[in-house]
Design a protein around this ligand. Structure first.
Ligand code: DGP
Length: 112
């Protein structure tokens, strides 16, 4: 079982912001900004590169959950960035789909 599957079932503890039957939002262990929350599907899906039509509903839920993260952490008005690293070139280190929700400071573009 992968690291985020273990976090999803509570086998590895995390600082949970909110969850429902399908997804979990929890604080990143190595925050890159004042707010850095990860949103994951509880069911294992390796990355967007592996996503299929059958995953459309959960992908929509994950996207909407980023808005809830921003509202609950107080960064909806100031702005936030959502990142999904997929594969080696993007630097994906945990191979369970996760959306980074990052905010609370100004960010540069393009990313490194
Ligand atoms: P990525 O590089 O996109 O695969 O991001 C993985 C993120 O996961 C990274 O920002 C650090 C975070 N992370 C790794 N292990 C843990 C953990 O055990 N707990 C929590 N809360 N976050 C973790």
């Amino acid at each position: 079982m992968c690291l985020f599957c273990k976090i999803a079932i509570g086998e590895i503890p995390s600082k949970v912001l909110f969850e429902d039957a399908d997804l979990l939002a929890f604080h990143d262990v190595a925050p890159q900004a004042p707010v850095h929350v990860l949103v994951i599907p509880k069911r294992h899906l390796a990355s967007l590169a592996e996503a299929a039509e059958a995953d459309a509903a959960i992908l929509g839920k994950l996207a909407l959950a980023t808005r809830r993260v921003a509202e609950e952490t107080g960064i909806a008005a100031s702005g936030f960035r959502v990142v999904a690293n997929s594969g080696a070139d993007a630097g994906q280190s945990v191979h369970h789909l996760h959306l980074h929700v990052i905010g609370g400071r100004a960010m540069a573009w393009p990313p490194g």
